[in-house]
Each structure stands twice: as structure tokens, then as C-alpha cells.
Design a protein around this ligand. Structure first.
Ligand code: UDX
Length: 446
């Protein structure tokens, strides 16, 4: 009999994981406590923009014409408890209000609701990013609450998916990491992931704390790499060097590698910033805070980028934003996503607005979310409209659409042909040839 799988929490991670599990051939039941989400997903709609996810969902959601029917959604914990052999907990762990630590209330609530429904042998698998030590605590809670007793077990299986590549990362992961305490748990997870493992994804078995730490240390490394190149950008600016050339040159060294070396306005989103902060907070609790003090610097280099972009723009328009029109291209924290959480682009747009600039924002997918978060900014329907009458154009999220803009056409509608590239992603030559002054972070002024 094929394993039956449940997925608890159907946000970014959960919705993608549920659809991917159905794609791998399992019968899947997804649960969420928000009725609107269940309604949407049951109708084959995804509440966010993620390339390929809606198509995958529609391929499997029961009741949709031509679907495999392997994927259903519910709000009933009892149904989930009866249905599943393996339960994936995919709820989010945001940063706590007013402190660095992560908010475990959704994870805790999920365990408190699920465990009493586990009347038969089952494996609960945590996927959420949690502070190290959480799995051991939750295993104890599971043992206390589950009617099945020791037959209800826990494993930890962190998730590394990137927004914009969520489907691909879930179906063809770089690696699968499982923290387990028994052979039975490992065997079940090998069964769940037989397809990607068969295709060559490494399967790494660890204890609980190591599995939890793999996730936070991977994100800390990525954040550090970005802040490293941004620190080099600061030095390049001071010394008249070119950080893009520098990144290319050091990237040829295989030990360094060229990925995640794009200097600009830095990282944002729902993961990297809060994960490094939660990691520092947890290390402090464990008495290992000294080991992670460098992450404080990583965080502050990153946050400085946003302020620096605002300064560059202020200088470019003559020292003050009052009465100046500023076009902002990009609102999401990265391209191919509609996510504006802790978005460097919106942060820069917001600061300029607060300093008196008239800001017009355009983003290919993030407009609704941006409007909700920053209703006081101006919004335009196209890049061209945003640029109309602008004294300066800021390129803040590296969407392909912006790389493909025609600088000559844009040049017709602006007040000044002045573009600041906050992502080092536009082609300076193309813009300069069309009569623009092109400036970027960490690059010489030509
Ligand atoms: C990240 C991790 O990559 C992923 O493995 C983990 O599961 C969740 O967190 P994500 O939040 O989707 O994924 O974003 P990511 O692609 O890592 O980008 C994060 C931020 O860094 C973006 O704002 C991006 O614009 C920025 N970035 C990335 C840079 O500024 N420079 C780079 O070279 C790369």
C-alpha cells in the first residue's frame, strides 16, 4: 500500500510540498486553519505567485477535470489523524514582534492539535525552520499527547526551497536532510523520497539538532556571502574599483563559486533576515552567542545597503527629494515572486517617500501585496508609466522584464535620463548608448 501523506499548513512551503507529494504518486491531504486558503486550493488556485505551482496543483486536486484526484484539502484535524501515515508540518515561524527570536506559536499549535488525533502508527515530520532544540521538545510533547504512544514518532526534515523555484526545488532537491531517532522513521522517509533519491539527490541522515542546524547554517552562509560581496562593494566605491568585475574574477575560483555574489541593495524576504536573527537569539540562549557575532555584522552590512541606495538617489537628484519624482522598478524582494516581505526595494521606496519624494512603483507581480503593505506610495501599471516625468529611475528588483526594457523608449518619457541600478543587473552599455547616466552600487561612475 502506498503511504498516505498529510501536509499541515498550506502556505508557500506546504502548498508546494502537498502538490509535489501528489506528483510523486502519493495520496495527499492538506490542512489549513484558514478557510479561504482551503477554498482556493480546493478550486486549484494558489494564493501567491509561484511559477509552475498552480499547474501542478491543478494536475492533482480532486474534482478538477482531468486531475489525478490524489490531492485534497480539509480543515479537520480528526480527518488528518485518521488519514495519514506521514504528517508533514509546514507552518511558518516568523520573527517575533520586537525581538530576534522566532515565533514558534504556529508550530506548537499544530502539534497540540495533531498529536491527540494520532490513534495509529504515524510519523510526524517537521519541515518548518525552527530553533535548534525544538525537535527534541516536540518529540516529548508528541509522546505525551498521542493516543498511539510510541507508535507516533517524530523526524525533522528541513526544507531548502527558494521562492521562484519552489516546484523544481521540491521535486528535484539538492539534498534531502532527515533528522531521525529510529530506523523506522528513516525507512519511511526513504520511501517518501524514493523518486528524488533514485534520481541522485543525496539523502543525509542526522540527529535532531544537526538537522535543525543544517537549515539555519545554510541560510547564514548564503546571507554571509551576499553581505561579503556587498562589503566589497563599499570598498570598491571608496577605492574606485568595480565590484561586478571583482565578483566575476573571484567567482572563477571553484572554492568560492560565482553564485550569490551579486552586489546590490542586499537580501530580504521571509527567510534569510529572520533566520539569521533567530539563529543569533538561539545561540545566545545556548551560551554560544560569541560564535555568531559575525552574523550581526552580516545583518548590519545588509541593512546599510538600503540606506546607501537612498543616499545615492538623493545625491543624484541634487541633494533632496522634495518635489522630485522617483520611479521605482521592482517591489518584491526578488524576481519571479510576488512576495514583498522585508523587501529591500519597498524599503528604499518607503524611505524616499518619507523624505518627500514622489515615488511611483511598478512591479510585474508584486503590486497587490505592495499596495497592501505601503498604501501611501504611488503605483503605476507599467514600467513606462512609472517612469513618466521621473527625475531618476531606480532599478531595485532584477526582473527579466526590466533587463529587457528599451532604454531609448523609456528615455522619451522621463524628465532626466538618470538610472540607478540597485541590483547590478542592467547592461550599463545599452543604457549609456541611449543617452542615460547609469550608476550602480560598487561600480565606478563613467
Ligand atoms: C532562501 C534560501 O535560498 C532557501 O534555500 C531557503 O529555503 C529560504 O531562503 P529565498 O528567500 O527564496 O530562499 O531567496 P534567495 O534566492 O535566497 O534570495 C534572498 C535574497 O537575497 C533576495 O532578496 C535576493 O535578491 C538577494 N540576493 C541573492 C542578493 O542580493 N545577491 C545575490 O547574489 C543573491
Amino acid at each position: 500500500m502506498a503511504l498516505k501523506i498529510t501536509v499541515i499548513g498550506t502556505g508557500y512551503l506546504g502548498a508546494t510540498h502537498a502538490a509535489a507529494m501528489a506528483e510523486l504518486g502519493f495520496d495527499v491531504l492538506g490542512l489549513d486553519v484558514v478557510p479561504e486558503k482551503i477554498e482556493m486550493l480546493s478550486a486549484g488556485k494558489v494564493p501567491m505567485y509561484e511559477p509552475g505551482l498552480e499547474a501542478l496543483l491543478r494536475k492533482h486536486v480532486a474534482g478538477i477535470e482531468g486531475s489525478s484526484g490524489r490531492l485534497r484539502f480539509t480543515m479537520s484535524w480528526e480527518e488528518v489523524g485518521d488519514f495519514g501515515d506521514v504528517h508533514f508540518v509546514c507552518v511558518n515561524t516568523p520573527q517575533k514582534q520586537g525581538e530576534y527570536a522566532c515565533d514558534m506559536s504556529y508550530v506548537d499549535a499544530a502539534f497540540e492539535s495533531l498529536a491527540p488525533q494520532l490513534r495509529r502508527a504515524a510519523l510526524v515530520v517537521g519541515k518548518s525552520t525552527v530553533p535548534v532544540g525544538s525537535a527534541a521538545r516536540l518529540a516529548t510533547r508528541l509522546a505525551e499527547l498521542a493516543p498511539a504512544g510510541a507508535a507516533a514518532e517524530l523526524a525533522w526534515n528541513p526544507e531548502f526551497l527558494r521562492e521562484g523555484f519552489a516546484v523544481q526545488d521540491t521535486l528535484h532537491p539538492d539534498r534531502i536532510v532527515v533528522g531521525t531517532e529510529s530506523e523506522r522513521a528513516e525507512k519511511l522517509l526513504r520511501e517518501v523520497y524514493a523518486t528524488p533519491v533514485g534520481e541522485g539527490s543525496p539523502f543525509v541522515v542526522t540527529d535532531f539538532p544537526t538537522a535543525e542546524l543544517v537549515k539555519t547554517s545554510a541560510n547564514s552562509f548564503l546571507a554571509t556571502k551576499i553581505s561579503f560581496i556587498n562589503a566589497m562593494a563599499e570598498v570598491c566605491e571608496a577605492a574606485d574599483g568595480d565590484v561586478v568585475k571583482l565578483a566575476e574574477a573571484i567567482g572563477y575560483d571553484e572554492r568560492i563559486g560565482s553564485k550569490f555574489l551579486r552586489a546590490g541593495i542586499g537580501f530580504g524576504g521571509g527567510c534569510l533576515p529572520k533566520d539569521i536573527r533567530a539563529f543569533m537569539a538561539r545561540a545566545g540562549e545556548l551560551g554560544a552567542d560569541q560564535a555568531l557575532t559575525f552574523l550581526r555584522e552580516v545583518d548590519s552590512i545588509n541593512m546599510r545597503r538600503r540606506g546607501h541606495m537612498v543616499e545615492l538617489a538623493r545625491d543624484a537628484v541634487g541633494g533632496g527629494f522634495l518635489g522630485k519624482r522617483v520611479a521605482v522598478l521592482g517591489a518584491t524582494f526578488k524576481p519571479d515572486s510576488d512576495d514583498v516581505r522585508d523587501s529591500p526595494a519597498l524599503n528604499v521606496a518607503g524611505q524616499i517617500h518619507l523624505q518627500g519624494g514622489q515615488v511611483m512603483v511598478y512591479d510585474p507581480k508584486g503590486m497587490d501585496n505592495a499596495r497592501r503593505l505601503f498604501p501611501t506610495l504611488g503605483y503605476a501599471d507599467t514600467a513606462l508609466d512609472a517612469a513618466r516625468g521621473a527625475d531618476v529611475v531606480l532599478h531595485l528588483t532584477e526582473w527579466r522584464e526590466f533587463r529587457e526594457l528599451d532604454p531609448a523608449e523609456l528615455g522619451e518619457v522621463v524628465a532626466e535620463r538618470l538610472v540607478l541600478d540597485g541590483r547590478n543587473a542592467l547592461d550599463p552599455l545599452r543604457w549609456r548608448e541611449a543617452g542615460w547616466t547609469y550608476r550602480a552600487m560598487g561600480r565606478p561612475r563613467a
